[in-house]
Each structure stands twice: as structure tokens, then as C-alpha cells.
Design a protein around this ligand. Structure first.
Ligand code: FE
Length: 278
């Protein structure tokens, strides 16, 4: 067993996206532009309707995957291929945009707490123009395991304690865990060797991750060498995401919602979008 360590620690910055949805951008900001293959991580959390009510009206994506994990509140997803889906508390949508979709993500509530995450995961060059695909995962379809005393894990993707996560068949072989630790609980999370990844503490108190104290709202990026990350809660309960995937080490050409390998492919994406080919 080789322990990972934290090579970088950042906090999200306040920003807004879509039609003015307020959020914290944790990956995809000046202090952490990218963490290959992760291109973006947003946390949205507000009980002020004005912060989320305008939602994310129709917009395109090409060349990567968007992953929405809802903790509270309801969003409706709709795309130009006729797919619709309702995302409620505890649900996950893993969308492979591939060669292109146009979609909207709009709140289905006019008040109350809206809380969750959106993660962007890059696609390998060979898969960027694949057909779009959705994995809409109901909360009840996400396995819950107790890998150690005082530790509860929702296995969204990857494997933990011999249980395979709900999301399957993704190119970068992701691990996506939502871990709750009771006070003083400790656990070594296994991670595939070579995967890039991070911990993000999002509720409760601070946590010791790979020997470093991460406060609520801190992201700690892992070294790529090693096959385990140590976790330890302090005097209070804590809850965090552990996310990892195979890095691509390929060139990235990025223009808003288009993420390709070369500037030519970006021009092509813009032309295809304007020509209505999504
Ligand atoms: Fe989107």
C-alpha cells in the first residue's frame, strides 16, 4: 500500500454561469485551471431562489462529459434529441456529450435549497465524436457501503468494498464516491494507481485527507503515485467527495462548452453548432 499525498489545495471562487446561477467554481478557475481529465467542478448551494431560478437555458456541449450530482432540490434536463430527465436529491446524471448536444438544465422549484455539483470530465481524443449518451441514476440505484466503522459511502462510480458503482462504461474509468464520516472515523480509500484525483470537503467539519487538514470548501488534489488515500474525521462528522480518473495527457483546446484537442476542431465545433448539426 502506497499512500497518496496532497499536491495542491484550493478553494472555490464565487462566480455565476448559465442565466446567472450563483456558484463556487473549484476546478476551472485561476488557482486550478484543470486537473486532467477534470476540466471543471462547480458547487451550487443556495436557498435564495434568485441565485438559481434562471437556470441554464439551452446551450451546447461537445467533446467531454458533464456529471451532475444533486444533494438537494430538483432540476429538469432537456435536450434537442428528445431526452428529458428529472434530477432530484441524491440522483446523478452522467452525460457523455460526445459529438454534440444542445440542452437546458432548469430548476423545478421556485423556493428552497438547491445544492449539488457539476463536474466536467474530458473524453479521450478517440471518443470525442462518439454518440451522446446518458446515464440517469436514481438515488436508490446508487450502492451504499460501510467500508469501515463510522464510514458510509455512496458508490457513484468505481469500486469500493467489492461493490461496483452505478455509473458504468466511462472512458476514463472514474471513481466518484460520496463519503460520510462520523467523528473520529478513519478509512483508507483505495484508488487505482496512476489515476488523477481530488478530495472536496463539502459538509460538516474539516477532515484529515492524506495527512492534511482540509476545511469545508477545500479541494485537495492528489499525487498520481500511490494506491490509497487516508481519511480521518476529527471531533465532528464530515462529508466529502473523492473523485479520480485516468488522466489523458493529450492536448486540450477549449472554448466555452467545446473541449477538443486542436484549434481546428474548435472552429469545426463552432461551425457545426451554427449550422445546426448538433
Ligand atoms: Fe450543460
Amino acid at each position: 500500500m502506497t499512500q497518496r499525498h496532497i499536491i495542491r489545495r484550493v478553494r472555490g471562487v464565487d462566480t455565476s454561469d448559465g442565466a446567472g446561477v450563483k456558484l463556487k467554481r473549484v476546478i476551472g478557475q485561476p488557482a486550478l485551471d484543470t486537473l486532467d481529465p477534470f476540466l471543471l467542478l462547480d458547487e451550487f448551494r443556495s436557498d435564495e431562489a434568485g441565485d438559481y431560478i434562471e437556470g441554464f437555458p439551452e446551450h451546447p456541449h461537445r467533446g467531454f462529459e458533464t456529471v451532475t450530482y444533486m444533494l438537494a432540490g430538483r432540476m429538469r434536463h432537456k435536450d434537442n434529441h428528445g431526452n428529458t430527465g428529472d434530477l432530484g436529491p441524491g440522483s446523478v446524471q452522467w452525460m457523455t456529450a460526445g459529438r454534440g448536444i444542445l440542452h437546458s438544465e432548469m430548476p423545478r422549484q421556485e423556493e428552497g435549497l438547491m445544492w449539488g455539483f457539476q463536474l466536467w470530465v474530458n473524453l479521450p481524443a478517440a471518443d470525442k465524436m462518439t454518440a451522446p449518451r446518458y446515464q440517469d441514476i436514481d438515488p436508490s440505484a446508487i450502492p451504499v457501503v460501510h467500508p469501515a466503522t463510522g464510514v458510509t459511502a455512496r458508490v457513484i462510480a468505481g469500486e469500493l468494498a467489492g461493490v461496483e458503482g452505478a455509473v458504468r462504461g466511462v472512458a476514463t474509468a472514474p471513481v466518484y464516491l460520496d463519503l460520510s464520516l462520523e467523528p473520529h472515523a478513519a478509512f483508507d480509500v483505495p484508488l487505482p494507481e496512476g489515476h488523477a484525483g481530488f478530495a472536496y470537503v463539502f459538509d460538516g467539519a474539516s477532515a484529515q485527507v492524506a495527512g492534511q487538514e482540509l476545511a469545508r470548501g477545500d479541494l485537495g488534489a492528489f499525487s498520481r503515485i500511490g494506491d490509497t488515500v487516508s481519511l480521518r474525521a476529527g471531533d465532528a462528522a464530515t462529508r466529502l467527495l473523492i473523485v479520480a480518473a485516468r488522466p489523458l495527457d493529450e492536448p486540450v483546446a477549449r472554448y466555452g462548452p467545446f473541449v477538443m484537442n486542436t484549434p481546428e476542431q474548435i472552429h469545426e465545433a463552432i461551425a457545426d453548432f451554427r449550422a445546426g448539426k448538433f
